[in-house]
Design a binder for this molecule. Structure first.
Ligand SMILES: N[C@@H](CCC(=O)N[C@@H](CS)C(=O)NCC(=O)O)C(=O)O
Length: 384
């Protein structure tokens, strides 16, 4: 693809401020200091040159300075991680496990609160949302009517993830505890795994930026109840370290980072947070694996068949409550990366990761697998 000279060396991210998965790719580009510009996917160039090579409708999509088109937040990060030799992935086995796991939690595990706080507080959010949805539509079209249609589709997606009136109380109480625990953790360190951002933080920017850290209702909640979380989200969207409140200079932060890497450090505040996350992540993942495996058994999709977002609904329990949610193969595409990393470890490191996973009540995730592998071909996830 031909790039204009003024943009030489600059990658183009197609996304919007409101988009959940764009928040993950954008934070990565910002923090890793990769030169990029962000454009709303409404241009003629996007329609004629980018979309036809993107393999699907979703955003984010990047058109690299070299002209390659990549759709999917994880694939975009993978592209740059391959070039940099995996700079954002921790080296220690326990931290690495958690980094990949937070990627699953960010892309899948927090969709319920993200959609609930966006769509179920119209008095606070609706004007803001309508403005953004209309801005995604070319000016010469009927923006109001088309935005209404997209908004309806997204509202329905929120219900599909299990945010329905019978679960509102549960979704809110789980999120309140999550926010509180994450806030305690970030009181002592600027990023999830210490003094430098990793795949863990990038993954979590999916739900924590555009939805939970930007829409009026959940933003107000975060600012009132979780200042450290709010600052983390803000920091993840600024190129400079922005860690003033921790009173550590850059050089010192580098030193701490080196020590942390050596120690493969996982503080207790993170264990507590993960135990809480496990309360719905584990039963939902186990139920989704069962449902998708049954579907695979019945459907026997041919190798390289593109994968739909969801293949059916699974029901699972949290204490006395029951949730019905869309079972999405993408969860297992990301989880398989956690499992593959674990399986590649030597026996001693496996034991140490397993002991930590057990302490976090997350051990069942290491064996929650689909009977078919998922790969990417032509910018799509496909069944192998
Ligand atoms: N797995 C994809 C998911 C992308 C995705 O679902 N993006 C949403 C916006 S945040 C979207 O474009 N939805 C509309 C659609 O899929 O048509 C990723 O990580 O980028």
């Amino acid at each position: 693809m031909i790039q204009q000279d003024s943009n030489a060396g600059i990658h183009t991210l197609y996304g919007t401020p409101l988009s959940l998965y764009t928040g993950k790719a954008r934070a990565y580009l910002i923090k890793q200091r990769i030169p990029y510009r962000e454009i709303t996917p409404t241009t003629a160039h996007f329609r004629d040159q980018v979309r036809p090579n993107a393999g699907g409708q979703s955003i984010p999509i990047i058109e690299t300075a070299e002209g390659e088109v990549i759709r999917d937040s994880t694939a975009i990060i993978d592209h740059f991680e391959t070039l940099s030799g995996g700079q954002a992935l921790p080296k220690g086995p326990r931290q690495r496990f958690l980094a990949r796991l937070f990627d699953v939690i960010g892309s899948e595990g927090l969709l319920r609160p993200a959609m609930h706080y966006r769509w179920n507080y119209p008095a606070e959010n609706l004007n803001f949302l309508a403005f953004h949805f209309q801005s995604m539509i070319p000016r010469d079209r009927d923006r109001v009517e088309l935005a209404e249609k997209t908004m309806l589709r997204m509202r329905n997606a929120g219900e599909a993830f299990g945010a329905v009136s019978s679960t509102f109380t549960l979704v809110e109480s789980l999120y309140a505890d999550f926010l509180n625990m994450l806030n305690s953790h970030l009181r002592d360190m600027p990023y999830l795994l210490g003094s430098t951002p990793t795949i863990a933080d990038y993954g979590m920017m999916a739900p924590m930026y555009a939805h939970l850290g930007r829409d009026p209702k959940p933003l107000a909640l975060m600012q009132a109840q979780a200042i450290h979380v709010f600052r983390w989200v803000e920091r993840m969207n600024r190129p400079e370290p922005d860690i003033g409140e921790y009173a550590i200079a850059d050089e010192e932060a580098n030193l701490i980072r080196a020590q942390e890497e050596g120690a493969d450090h996982v503080p207790d505040s993170l264990i507590q947070l993960l135990r809480h996350i496990a309360r719905d992540l584990v039963p939902e993942t186990v139920a989704a694996a069962t449902l998708i495996n049954r579907w695979l058994d019945e459907q026997q999709p041919k190798p390289l068949t593109p994968i739909e977002r969801g293949v059916g609904f699974c029901r699972f329990e949290i204490d006395q409550d029951s949730i019905n949610a869309l079972a999405q193969p993408y969860r297992f595409f990301l989880l398989a990366r956690v499992q593959a990393d674990y399986e590649a470890l030597d026996v001693a490191d496996q034991a140490s990761v397993m002991a930590m996973a057990d302490k976090c009540h997350l051990a069942p995730l290491l064996s929650a697998k689909l009977t078919r592998e998922i790969a990417r071909a032509n910018n799509q996830e496909v069944w192998l």
